[in-house]
Design a protein. Structure first.
Length: 731
């Protein structure tokens, strides 16, 4: 399979492996030191978790919960080894993180040979300054998470689940990993000013790109937050808002350093301070004045009045236990001393902000002054032939062909053919350089895509031997792309329909529907079972209930667009010879499948699901077991035994409809392996993340597929009399 990767990809992998071996050889004599650093990080984290961190994290989680929610909140261990293995896992990760810088330092010789290490020495104070800045940014991001994001988020999500009848019994593993992951993501996100400034200064990514593409950056922050934070709108805003502020700060810092570098100017902080000392002095006095006015004229009482108000959001009440203390109460000092200290901090912040503005403004002024001799403003008509040939290339950049020909004609009219020739030659040279630069940029941007395409083509060739017919992967790929192309012009309508169905379902559950379903369903079980079992539904993860709602909402959105997909792709499928008949038959399909779905759902909801869950509860109660169902397992069981019955009924109906559309019985029987793989994929994506549930979903679906084959065998007399003539592609 080595030929499945193209030459460029194999070369890149080979260079990476060679670099890794060279780094190990270079650091070989110092690996003991690297291991000691790792061991310090590992053991320090292990015992810190044991002695201090668990209680600290619990306090953070409970800090904003309502009193009734806090009384039911608990941290549980699901196995005897949960705590110690989790401590070891986190310690291992922290140990590796702190050991990596030491390893890179000791392997610097190998990196320097390959050009991945600065060739010129860098002053240590600069490295220390960058390191301290990065550490401060990470600490600031983590502090925002602990002080603002985590307390509000835990209070909100725990209250939402509690109001739906779910007890917040968080698994120590899931709960801790969730907090650690979010903390790291906040710390990494806070590195944005350092990353953007460094990339802009090194001209790896131009500052103008960050400035002009800010809309895409904001969208990326929300997408990034969707992976690392709970998928509800409230916490999404709490995630993205500080990142947007950081992005603005990053643009400012990048502008400062890039302008200074391009203008060959040093950042004159001392000069800017001396020229604007009076304004800076006013900011110092303003900082003290604002703090004094805040404490002396009722600022503390006004803020506490706002904090004491409870906010009702989507039927979930969010309160707060934060209160501002009188001046000096938190520090244990006299009020006058505290006001002076707070005033000094406010003055420092205002002064730094003002000084940064003046530095920025003066750099902009320097740029304007240096642009007074802008070469693009040179008037070529005033130059002679020698002047045209000596003019810088920038003078011809904004010149188009018509303007160049007009200037050349004027020179000819003035009996100066040498100047006319010089204008034409210089214009042609500039155009050639511009085209070459554009081609080089396009080639660089397309290099990664070309490598991926060549690798993909080579990979397909391994399976298809260079040929692509309808029976191999290449043929399937070609047909699928043809069908997807037929949906491209309809993509807007499909996306809007999907979003309406998904968001509508999500909000229906979010504003109380989850609790309504739970209460309504339990009311259909024998009352004595519910009372005797003390049936409890718990969440092992802070966002488990919300993630369940998201999965169900996505499933409903997919089901909503399936009829539209069938209608829009019917002409393409018909052109490929996969189906027969008019595309309006899709509406008949939709009605038939909807009838099967809702009929099975009603059967499951009123009879099958209550009987199944009642049996399971009675069995556990007879064995004197404490029944605590996970929200995921309980509600998925309801879905499987209600809507799942409808989906099972739809499979034979769909097979009969496909036979009427031209898919023969023999083709369905022959393609059972592909159907099995497709059903396993659906089960893996839409069910809880465990393999047993995936098989519990897939096996009934395959049984339903077998029932459909039996029905078709009877209806088509063993495939000899299909309900419609077989289509070409599946005959």
């Amino acid at each position: 399979m080595s030929s499945a990767l193209d030459a460029d990809t194999r070369q890149t992998l080979g260079e990476t492996a060679a670099t890794g071996r060279a780094m190990l050889r270079s650091a070989q004599k110092d690996l003991q030191k690297v291991f000691i650093v790792f061991l310090i990080g590992f053991l320090g984290t292990f015992y810190a978790l044991r002695l201090y961190v668990w209680e600290f994290l619990r306090d953070i989680t409970e800090s904003r919960m309502r009193a009734d929610v806090g009384e039911s909140f608990e941290i549980i261990a699901q196995t005897p080894f949960d705590v110690i293995l989790l401590q070891a896992k986190i310690g291992l990760i922290i140990g590796i993180i702190v050991a990596v810088p030491a390893f890179l330092y000791f392997a610097r010789d190998a990196l320097r040979v390959r050009g991945w290490w600065p060739q010129t020495p860098i002053a240590r104070w600069k490295l220390v300054l960058i390191g301290l800045f990065a550490a401060a940014l990470f600490a600031g991001g983590a502090a925002y998470g602990y002080a603002v994001f985590f307390p509000v988020m835990f209070g909100f999500l725990a209250g939402f689940g509690f109001d739906a009848g779910l007890n917040p019994s968080y698994s120590i593993v899931l709960w801790t990993e969730f907090i650690v992951l979010l903390t790291i993501s906040f710390g990494l996100a806070a590195q944005m000013p350092l990353a953007i400034t460094g990339l802009s200064y090194a001209e790896i990514v131009p500052y103008e790109t960050f400035r002009d593409k800010w809309r895409y950056a904001v969208l990326g922050m929300f997408v990034f937050g969707a992976f690392f934070s709970p998928p509800d709108p409230f916490t999404q805003i709490m995630w993205a808002a500080p990142l947007i502020v950081l992005y603005g700060l990053s643009l400012y810092l990048a502008k400062i350093v890039v302008t200074a570098r391009r203008g060959s100017e040093q950042i004159d902080i001392r000069g800017a301070a001396s020229r604007h000392w009076n304004v800076l002095a006013g900011l110092v006095l303003g900082g003290f004045g604002l703090v004094y006015a805040f404490y002396e004229y009722g600022g503390v009482a006004a803020v506490n009045g706002l904090l004491e108000r409870e906010v009702s959001l989507f039927s979930v009440t969010i309160g707060t236990s934060y209160r501002l203390q009188p001046a000096g109460a938190a520090l244990g000092v006299a009020p006058d001393v505290a006001i002076g200290l707070y005033g000094a901090i406010a003055s420092l912040v205002l002064t730094v902000a003002g000084l940064a503005y003046f530095v920025y403004a003066e750099l902009d002024a320097d740029v304007i002054e240096t642009n007074l001799g802008d070469p693009t403003e040179i008037d070529l008509a005033e130059l002679d032939a020698a002047g045209v040939r000596a003019a810088p290339p920038e003078a011809f950049v904004e010149l188009d062909e018509d303007e160049a020909m007009a200037m050349a004609s004027q020179a000819l009219d003035a009996d100066n053919p040498e100047k006319a020739r010089a204008i034409v030659d210089r214009f042609d040279e500039t155009e050639a350089e511009r085209e070459a630069a554009a081609e080089a940029e396009e080639a660089q941007e397309g290099d990664l895509g070309d490598r991926a395409e060549r690798a993909g083509d080579s990979f397909l060739d391994e399976f298809t031997d260079g040929e692509q017919d309808t029976d191999d992967i290449g043929g399937y790929y070609t047909d699928i792309m043809f069908i997807l192309d037929s949906l491209r012009s309809r993509s807007f309508g499909l996306v809007v329909t999907f979003l309406i169905a998904m968001v509508g379902t999500f909000m229906a559950f979010y504003v109380g529907g989850l609790g309504v379903v739970r209460e309504n369903f339990l009311s259909r079980m024998p009352p004595q079972l519910v009372d005797e079992a003390s049936l409890e539904i718990i969440t092992l993860h802070p966002v488990e209930a919300v993630l369940f709602i998201v999965k169900v909402s996505v499933l409903v959105g997919v089901l909503a667009v399936l009829p539209m997909v069938g209608y829009y792709t019917w002409p393409a499928l018909k052109q490929l010879g996969a189906v027969r008949g008019n595309q309006w038959v899709v509406f008949l399909w939709t009605g038939s499948l909807a009838a099967g779905l809702f009929g099975g759902l009603a059967l499951g909801y009123f009879y099958i699901a209550p009987a199944v869950i009642s049996y399971l509860v009675a069995d556990a109660t007879a064995a004197r077991m404490l029944i605590t169902y996970r929200v995921n397992d309980f509600f998925w069981l309801i879905i499987f035994t209600t809507a799942g019955i409808g989906l099972l009924a739809d499979i034979p109906i769909l097979m009969i409809l496909l036979n009427r559309a031209g898919v023969p019985y023999r083709a369905m029987r022959r393609r059972w392996r592909e159907v099995t793989i497709a059903l396993l994929t659906v089960g893996a994506l839409l069910t809880p993340a465990d393999i047993m549930t995936m098989f519990l979903v897939t096996v009934p679906l395959m049984v339903a597929y077998g029932v459909g084959l039996v029905l078709l065998f009877v209806v088509t007399v063993g495939g000899r009399r299909d309900l419609a003539p077989p289509a070409e592609i599946v005959s």
